[in-house]
Design a protein around this ligand. Structure first.
Ligand code: PNS
Length: 171
């Protein structure tokens, strides 16, 4: 059943794969943590996907870059997102929308999540113009093919990518 009043403290979950975190994700975290009392960045543990970074590595990178925000924490989850949110007392799911192409998928997920747990609300934030073209998938592809990704990911992530792809600082 829906709560009739606003809870005294609003916890939001920002879920995703974050493989790896980009400056687009970080922008959303920075803006999102001003709206909610607590923001949990939750990494999906998905055995079927073959990620570049393990959940543990992604957690480390995220903690490194969100450490300056006192109301942001990093966690991981498996199973249904709404069940995880409910277990953690969250009433909001935060998602970013970059372009109209994101909308259809996000709409489907939001409606399904609402059907599963109507008391949990999905809140969408628009990506900043400067970040609207960035995705983890493209960052990995461009970097893997020798392209420059400076400014697209936080510096600690660029360091990890260099290590993973065996590239020096200069290249
Ligand atoms: O960053 P992504 O990969 O687009 O994030 C997708 C994510 C993690 C939000 C979505 O796959 C998810 O919520 N998975 C958990 C399983 C679940 O609840 N599935 C039903 C979604 S309606």
């Amino acid at each position: 059943m829906r709560a009739a009043t606003k809870p005294p403290r609003v916890t939001a979950i920002y879920p995703g794969s974050f493989d790896p975190i980009t400056n687009g994700h970080l922008d959303l975290i920075e803006r999102g943590c001003r709206l909610f009392d607590r923001l949990t960045v939750a990494i999906l543990r998905n055995e079927t996907k073959q990620p570049l970074f393990s959940v543990e590595e992604r957690t480390e990178m995220l903690r490194e870059v969100v450490g300056c925000y006192p109301n942001v924490e990093v966690d991981s989850f498996e199973g249904l997102l709404v069940d995880y949110a409910s277990r953690n007392g969250a009433t909001v799911l935060l998602r970013g929308i970059r372009a109209i192409s994101d909308y259809e998928y996000e709409l489907q997920m939001a409606l399904m999540n609402r059907r599963l747990r109507p008391e949990i609300e999905t809140v969408f934030m628009l990506a900043s113009e400067a970040h609207s073209f960035i995705s983890s998938r493209l960052v990995k592809e461009v970097f893997g093919l020798g392209g420059n990704i400076t400014g697209l990911v936080p510096p600690p992530v660029e360091v990890r990518l260099r290590q993973r792809f065996g590239r020096s600082q200069e290249s």
